[in-house]
Design a binder for this molecule. Structure first.
Ligand SMILES: [Zn+2]
Length: 91
């Protein structure tokens, strides 16, 4: 299998910080929009097993690159929040 470790890491970060992003809407569509947007911006880290995601995650924590991931994530949350494409906010 080939998985982008960042996909999992970003998902976890979004779960953890979504309250702090104060998004207009946090439905599954908007959450996925945020994830897709941010994953297109950050360098992917492909690994060959779920186990290896743990190492990539640890690497990010060690290098304190989490902060820059969070900044990107917050930016994408803002963009989606301002232009939600789901059915909840078609005003
Ligand atoms: Zn939504």
């Amino acid at each position: 299998m080939i998985v982008n470790a960042l996909e999992k890491i970003m998902e976890e970060l979004l779960d953890e910080y979504i309250d702090q992003f104060h998004m207009e809407c946090t439905c599954p569509t908007c959450r996925n929009d945020v994830l897709a947007l941010v994953l297109n911006r950050v360098q992917p880290r492909y690994v060959t097993s779920e186990d290896k995601i743990t190492y990539v995650r640890a690497e990010f924590f060690d290098r304190q690159q989490m902060t820059s991931l969070l900044v990107s994530l917050a930016e994408c949350a803002r963009i989606v929040s301002e232009n939600p494409r789901c059915d909840n906010r078609k005003a």
